[in-house]
Design a protein around this ligand. Structure first.
Ligand SMILES: *Cc1c(COP(=O)(O)O)cnc(C)c1O
Length: 462
């Protein structure tokens, strides 16, 4: 059968407030054309992020009631720890309130000025937590990973030769090697099992630990099953265990591939490092059997981990992203290929060639998606990365708009609606105008900057 059906029935619903195009034009103008300034109940389809936006299952909601809120030694912690170890066989599992807290703890112990921490591509919170210690965060993804047109099946792979060269030349400054699966900042592209193995080999040969940023481990394992020779017959949990078996530790955001709305952890084998991490944890998060979480959150994660590796779910997830991607390509909307695990990335610079990068084509498309169809997406381009430390402006490497898919939240008809909105915008794309920034903060401007359209706009696609 060709129809992609959601492998679940719906038991509780959240109504979507429907708005008219006219209302949305007013709402977005009032938010100074910044999508982060909207109230989320004025959004019809919210694709701002896949982080913490998953729908929990009936079993997860049931598990919440079982949450034991004891300060120390809660059975909820032991269920959480067992669920993590079932997939990621590390000796120590340390719960945190989300992924960045695990990163902050790890790099407060391993970072420091003069150190270099390589990865395929660091996610922005990872980079931030490394740089704040004075260390350097170095991205060593393969060349294909930086080319939106390359069809390489594992564009998230580490460039193992460059890693080797770094460790030969400046190895004494490298405390740990990181690997992000899937490569979020690089478009949700997977890392092959072979690449995990070879990265671990190089790290080990130079006496370095390998830590995996495992936020989307299940999507990554499913791509390995689909695309890597010799892996098709294996179960996803089996592939997951092999992936993490090569590593010495991991950081995790349970807001991604654990179906939880909050949570994370740091897991590792080294006893001394674990003791140092727990000392830090007690200062900043909480006692080691709850970290930054309530007992019920630990239960939701434990149950979510058993559901995220279900192949019926993963097949539906990959297929529905692929479905949107294929139809956008058919409409002539340029996207980053292959479609990643958690999002479809649209190349706004190519889609809107009449808008120069310094007039923010990504912002223009994101605003049009909202005005035309109430869809909220995220600009990942010159608005996000264009401001230089000296206050000047430079075009980012690419001007992308990310359609991040919340897990188990939207259905196939929502996917068709997204495609229809794109068709409408594609037909009138020349009428979209660029933007200027009217006011902005010094750092992370995309969250709060205020924009103004550069021309009086024709009613684009609305
Ligand atoms: C989301 C994310 C993080 C940070 O996790 P939070 O729970 O948002 O703090 C780290 N790495 C990657 C790859 C992520 O996607």
């Amino acid at each position: 059968m060709k129809t992609i059906i959601e492998p679940f029935r719906i038991k509780a619903v959240e109504p979507i407030a429907m708005t008219s195009a006219e209302q949305r034009r007013e709402l977005i103008a009032r938010a100074h054309y910044n999508l982060f300034g909207l109230h989320s109940d004025d959004v019809i389809i919210d694709l701002l992020t896949d982080s913490g936006t998953s729908a929990m299952s009936a079993a997860q909601w049931g598990a919440l009631m079982r949450g034991d809120e004891s300060y120390a030694g809660s059975p909820s912690f032991y269920r959480f720890e067992a669920a993590v170890k079932e997939l990621m066989p590390f000796r120590h599992v340390i719960p945190t309130h989300q992924g960045r807290a695990a990163e902050a703890i790890l790099f407060s112990v391993l970072g420091g000025s003069g150190k270099i921490i390589p990865s395929n591509t660091h996610f922005d919170t990872t980079r931030g937590n490394i740089e704040v210690t004075g260390a350097e965060a170095l991205d060593l993804v393969i060349a294909e990973g930086r080319d939106p047109r390359s069809l390489h099946p594992f564009k998230g792979n580490m460039d193992v030769e460059r890693l080797e060269q770094l460790l030969v030349e400046r190895g004494e400054h490298v405390p740990v090697v990181m690997l992000t699966v899937t490569n979020n900042a690089g478009g949700g592209q997977p890392v092959s099992l072979d690449n995990v193995r070879r990265t671990a080999e190089v790290a080990r040969r130079h006496g370095k630990k390998l830590f995996i940023d495992g936020c989307r481990f299940a999507e990554n394992a499913y791509f390995i099953k689909l695309r890597e020779p010799g892996q098709a017959a294996r179960s996803v949990p089996d592939i997951v265990r092999e992936m993490f078996g090569y590593a010495d530790g991991m950081t995790m955001s349970a807001k991604k591939d654990a179906f939880a709305n909050i949570g994370g952890w740091l897991a590792l084998n080294d006893d001394e490092l674990a003791a140092a991490a727990r000392r830090r944890l007690i200062l900043t998060e909480g006692f080691p059997t709850y970290g930054g979480l309530a007992g019920r959150d630990l239960e939701a994660i434990a149950q979510g981990l058993s559901e995220i590796v279900d192949e019926n779910y993963l097949r539906y997830r990959a297929a529905s992203n692929e479905y949107i991607g294929e139809r956008l390509v058919a409409l002539g909307v340029p996207i980053v290929l292959p479609v990643g695990g958690h999002a479809v990335f649209v190349d706004a610079r190519e889609f809107l060639p009449h808008i120069p990068p310094l007039e923010y084509p990504g912002q223009s498309l994101a605003v049009a998606l909202y005005e035309c169809g109430g869809i909220r997406a995220c600009e990942i381009g010159t608005v996000m990365f264009g401001r230089q430390p000296d206050g000047s402006e430079r075009p980012a490497a690419m001007d992308l708009v990310r359609l991040a898919m919340p897990r188990r939240v939207y259905t196939q008809s929502h996917a068709d609606y997204i495609v229809e909105v794109f068709a409408e915008i594609a037909a009138t794309r020349e009428s979209l105008s660029g933007y200027r920034i009217a006011s902005q903060p010094d750092v992370l401007r995309h969250f709060t900057a205020e924009f103004e359209p550069l021309r009086r706009r024709a009613a684009a696609g609305v």
